[in-house]
Design a protein around this ligand. Structure first.
Ligand code: GDD
Ligand code: MN
Length: 358
């Protein structure tokens, strides 16, 4: 009957992500990294900071990079500003004048063409062997994060590395949601590679970025797609639990922000599917599961809700009605609440992608 169908849909919707999580935590997370690190590797690094109206944060951001424990003569910062109207470029120039022992360059784009375009421009100017991209609103809490990144990139197999994120301020919802995904990202990285990178800190070998033609244009998460293009060349794209970044969660327009990010993520996963034939079996599975979780699984929840509502309201099913009440009562449980909300964001994002890809 319809009730059985609803039950099966519920099991699929909650069972698959839960099974994936439990399996990865048990089987992949404890795995050794199996990487050969060269502790002497000290490459030149270019840090690209794309900015659009970041006057409130840019000084703290530059100070944060300046505080890093890494040879100053091997480090350069490229701020790529896209016609900010709040005086961001002037602040950067003033800061650079006060720190003459540190190479900070300002690249000005004549008009706003999006973050991906700014990264693409930054790449053309970058002189480092390693290119790191980082958002103005991300804080590197530890001062040895560059050394940590260089350590991983000293391995021949590793082409790119990103961070795990700790939310700072804003919705408590964000914490629950992060914990689950951080475990997945690290476990996938240990198995081989993870398909989802973060703009708060993503590092790439320049020679590999060159091979993929620089940062991809016309996408919302250029860092993730660059990583997956590099993975298609046979290199690993990983996230390590030793690379942690704090991200300031916007208090205003939180919902809009989450939906926009979900939109970018979905487009990224769809593009990544087109490279799947180049991946090894492990990464094929990872990409397929992630695409399923972000694109298909939310619809199963919606379908299941519709079937249950139909059973309750039209067929007067007591079982279906009880399940709906249970589903609502569980919203008091925070992890479940966070999950349901993120499914809603993913659904809205897919619908919005139909007419506005932003
Ligand atoms: N130059 C330039 N031009 N910079 C821009 C533009 C632009 O048109 N638009 C945004 N930026 C800068 C911002 O000033 C900030 O430093 C950085 O790009 C990220 O912008 P946010 O507005 O903070 O993006 P987000 O928080 O929604 O998304 C970030 O995180 C995602 C998930 O990790 C971005 O890094 C995404 O690329 C990433 O996928
Ligand atoms: Mn941000």
């Amino acid at each position: 009957s319809l009730e059985i169908i609803a039950l099966i849909l519920t099991l699929i919707h909650f069972g698959i992500p839960l099974a994936y999580y439990v399996y990865l935590k048990k089987k992949w997370l404890p795995k050794p990294w199996n990487l050969k690190i060269n502790p002497k590797y000290t490459p030149r690094i270019t840090v690209i900071v794309p900015t659009y109206n970041e006057a409130k944060l840019i000084i703290e951001k530059l100070n944060n990079i300046y505080m890093q424990d890494y040879p100053k003569d091997k480090l350069e910062v490229l701020v790529v500003d896209s016609a900010s109207t709040d005086g961001t470029p002037r602040l950067v120039e003033d800061w650079a004048r006060k720190h003459t022992n540190f190479r900070v360059m300002l690249v000005k784009e004549p008009s706003r063409r999006g973050m991906a375009h700014a990264l693409w421009t930054g790449f053309k100017h970058a002189k480092g062997d390693i290119i790191i991209v980082t958002d103005a609103d991300a804080i590197w809490t530890k001062h040895d994060i560059l050394r940590e990144i260089v350590k991983w990139l000293s391995c021949e197999d590793v082409g790119a590395i990103s961070c795990i994120k700790e939310p700072l301020g804003g919705e408590s919802l964000e914490y629950k949601y992060r914990q689950y995904y951080n475990i997945l990202r690290i476990a996938e990285s240990k198995a081989w590679s993870t398909p989802i990178f973060h703009g708060e800190l993503s590092a790439f070998k320049k020679k590999l970025l060159k091979r993929i033609g620089g940062f991809p244009l016309g996408v919302g998460s250029a860092e993730s797609l660059a990583a997956m293009k590099i993975a298609a060349l046979g290199y690993r794209a990983i996230i390590s639990d030793n690379v942690v970044v704090q991200e300031i969660i916007p208090r205003r327009e939180y919902t809009k922000w989450r939906i926009r990010r979900a939109q970018h993520l979905i487009i990224h996963l769809i593009k990544t599917l087109s490279y799947i034939r180049n991946y090894n079996n492990m990464l094929k599975v990872i990409v397929l599961v992630e695409a399923y979780l972000h694109i298909i699984n939310p619809w199963i929840l919606l379908l299941c809700t519709i079937v249950l509502l139909y059973c309750t309201l039209i067929l007067h099913s007591i079982l279906a009605g009880s399940l709906i009440i249970l589903g609502l009562a569980l919203l008091a449980q925070r992890a479940y609440h966070a999950w349901i909300i993120s499914q809603l964001f993913l659904l809205l994002a897919q619908i919005k992608n139909l007419w506005n890809k932003e």
